[in-house]
Design a protein around this ligand. Sequence first.
Ligand code: FAD
Length: 510
Amino acid sequence: MAFLSSTAPALLQHRHPLRLRRPTALRAPHRPPRPVLGGPPASSAARRRFTMVTTTPSKQPTPSSTAVSTYDVVVIGGGPAGLSLAAGLGVRGLTVLCADLTLNKPWPNNYGTWLDELEPLALDDCTSHQWPRAAAYVHSDPRKSTLNRPYARVDRHAMKRRFLQRCHDCHNVTVVHAAAELLDTTSSHQYTYVSLNVLSSDPSDPVPTTVAGSVVVDATGHNLRFVKFRQGKAPGFQAAYGIECVVSDKSYPYATDEMLLMDFRNDHMRDSPTDFQQSLDQPTFLYVMPLDDGEGRLVFFEETSLVASPAMDFDQLKARLYKRLAYNGIEVESVLDEEFCLIPMGGPMPDLRQRVVAFGGAAALVHPATGYMIARALKLADDAAEIIMQEMRHDTDADSTAHRIWDRIWNQGRQRQRDFFNFGGEYLATIDLHTTREFFSAFFQLPTRQWADFLSFRLVQPIQRLTFGLGVFARTSNRVRFTLMWDALVKGRLPLLLSVLPISDPNYEE
Ligand SMILES: Cc1cc2nc3c(=O)[nH]c(=O)nc-3n(C[C@H](O)[C@H](O)[C@H](O)COP(=O)(O)OP(=O)(O)OC[C@H]3O[C@@H](n4cnc5c(N)ncnc54)[C@H](O)[C@@H]3O)c2cc1C
């Protein structure tokens, strides 16, 4: 599907008294044209091809005018965050333009997540595989921890289709294959102008155009194309190299009916003292999804550096993966796909006093200690859409509206929750393999609810975070206790303390 175009539905129009009900044509600002707005003049043929970005034909811009189409919200990026937010906004009666650079392609990443996070969102049918449980090897010996929590691989094609369909069905969202090039946040108090190169007709012949949004959301992922971040500590990175492959018959050594969340054993590195020492200093683990319902021939293997700063390089991860597979007697017959995964984790927060709002990877929603995000973004999309709709009801300028949206998406409660997970990520980035194993050994001895809440970015209340921390502390080794205490004093300090004290924001929304 190249794009979806729709007209504003009569049904939804009376539900919310918004300033803008439908995209309207708006004169471009009177100032001399700024490069951000103008771009190279489009030919009239090119302009005719731009019809897909308007949802109300009577108000389309004409080739002879400089009018631009306006929307309540322009969402830049059509990944999981952008499309789920656009659909949530559309069902609330807001007019939305969602511009995506790669609309003509599937989402590139292979997402794994816990099934219990998709079920409440009625998205558990958008999975290609489900496993009734997961497993972890968090000791140096073959002791296995069984994690009785079903896991799933997202069917990225089905989920993308689902959200495109939701956008289409609400009749308020136009999804267009286009690259946002520049934003103009200064020419108007009311609108932000977005200059786009529309690619729908012919990607090699982009059609420049401009649209305006009362709110503009950057959902371009980790590129941070438009949103600004505060200064501060550099983020950590999860780096992983993965292959989807066919392995020879009977060479798959793990259980075929469960997924392997982490195998932290490093016996395969013992043949070289240098490699062995490196594996202790810079721990990596194997993540495995058997994909053929019990045969153990079609498998996704990924060697993962959980969090490190700077990121571990892909060549090193690839070498470690093949060494581990060979040591385990796994013969790879053919590689069907490769994944190079690099996820920024933690680091500074977005600047909450900017005109451009962000969502998803661009809004630092990634779990700072695990790299997971998709389920959280899909869940928060509805909340964020509600917040945007409510804040647009106040008739204020675009800056104030954006600031209020930011303050509610990243309210104090969520910031404190993130501070806690940030501490976890920074701690995990510095400890060696022995300490990492001892930490996860205690972690998976916690009641399932507690470790699940940690992995799924919950632990919403400070008391839950405190209980979690004390639970790990009580079950773990002295080495972990000492390093945790040291890091808490030296790195965690006040933000960590505030994250576990029961003084959270009364307006916290989750
Ligand atoms: C390789 C990889 C694997 C991951 N695996 C998992 C996982 O298993 N589980 C999990 O929970 N999380 C995972 N994550 C983390 C996170 O969930 C993903 O990064 C997720 O895709 C972020 O979603 P998003 O919509 O914010 O950004 P993205 O998915 O990156 O989508 C951004 C979209 O914006 C578009 N875009 C970019 N620039 C422009 C522009 N100028 N104009 C218009 N469009 C633009 C892009 O084409 C893209 O479609 C993974 C991340 C990576 C990188």
